[in-house]
Design a protein around this ligand. Sequence first.
Ligand code: IDP
Ligand code: MG
Length: 139
Amino acid sequence: MSGKRTFTMIKPDAVESGNIGNILQMISNAGFSIKAMKFTQLSEERAKAFYAVHAERPFYGELVDYMSSGPIVAAILEKDNAVEDFRTLIGSTDPAEAAEGTIRKKYAESKGRNAVHGSDSDENAQIEGEFHFDANEVI
Ligand code: IDP
Ligand code: MG
């Protein structure tokens, strides 16, 4: 049974390009409601920890530098089938391969600077939400 919550970040490139509002509008239009949200910035250490699963990948250093380079918006979202439906809304990792009308197709700059994060499983949605929010910050 799939869960009702997922975790997202609007990444530094999309914040810098002024697209927080546009992306939140797309998220809302797709039927997600916001259960927690904050404007924040990851330290290098926090970015390393968040993406520890990718530590052996060749792009890890670049990813950590980018994700700690500027402010982000972190949020917990709710909808039926949240994880899968949100991955559909954001599109493929590489915007060149992302479907028309997806957030990454519209707003991502590149495979690395790709505008948004979306959890890939219910288990990771829980872990990632807890990484960014204390229980009393979640509705
Ligand atoms: P996802 O965000 O679509 O789940 P993952 O494979 O989990 O993609 O990769 C995590 C993040 O690492 C991506 O969103 C992107 O920012 C970055 N990334 C992935 N592949 C590359 C790459 O080949 N070059 C640079 N950055 C990458
Ligand atoms: Mg991923």
